[in-house]
Design a protein around this ligand. Structure first.
Ligand code: TYD
Length: 206
């Protein structure tokens, strides 16, 4: 596979989606073939699973069922969208991937990291990104941004409290610290342009 696989990770409200678009534009202007995708979703089958995950009441799925659904969506996304793009040499930018499962279903919901990696091995042959950019903001600032964005009505996951989001943030940091070659921590504060600049610098060596 000759392409480059880059994921953006972080809690709600850190600006991943906006930055993914900006980063894609910056890479295209340098002549790269870039595809933008997101999880859960990114292929027809995975988008159907996304609808099951994102709608309904908060208790619709238990933690195990949720972990399996995210892994199933990812398997389809990898097979139908990500691998074919990497094989043709494209840069794949993905909003969330396996590390979101490790932080949310793992760090916050209590599924073991070993189990989540096993599901990833079964579904997606353990595919890992070449680089993962973890966007970080002080928790108050992230909550304020997420609240502003969700004013029209949050999804199944929007109702989680500050303690839950703190567990997610701590898990992301621990995962990043354990894999310093793959991860870069990005300060997501300041203007969007400044953040995009930091993201581009963090693709050093690719
Ligand atoms: P979405 O509105 O797409 O994302 P964002 O918060 O990035 O704007 O919501 C996706 C939700 O799904 C978000 O709360 C994180 C959660 N999630 C998991 O719990 N596990 C996963 O593996 C993934 C990909 C997402």
């Amino acid at each position: 596979m000759s392409g480059r696989f880059i994921t953006l990770e972080g809690g709600e409200g850190v600006g991943k989606s906006t930055q993914l678009r900006c980063l894609a534009e910056a890479l295209r202007s340098r002549g790269h073939d870039v595809i933008e995708t997101r999880e859960p979703g990114g292929s027809a089958g995975a988008e159907q699973i996304r609808a099951m995950l994102m709608t309904g009441d908060a208790g619709r799925w238990n933690a195990g069922a949720e972990a399996l659904l995210f892994a199933a969506a990812r398997a389809d996304h990898v097979a139908k969208t990500i691998r074919p793009a990497l094989e043709r040499g494209a840069w794949v930018l993905c909003d969330r991937f396996i590390d979101s499962s490790r932080a949310y279903q793992g760090g916050a919901d209590g599924i073991s990291d070993a189990d989540l990696l096993r599901l990833h091995a079964v579904g997606s042959h353990g595919l890992l990104p070449h680089r993962t950019l973890l966007l970080t903001l002080p928790s108050g600032e992230a909550a304020r941004r997420a609240e502003e964005r969700d004013r029209g009505g949050a999804d199944r996951f929007g109702a989680r409290d500050a303690a839950y989001h703190a567990k997610v943030a701590a898990a992301f940091r621990a995962i990043a610290e354990a894999e310093p070659e793959r991860f870069r921590l990005i300060d997501a504060s300041g203007t969007p342009d400044a953040v995009t600049e930091r993201l581009l610098e963090a693709l050093d060596g690719l």
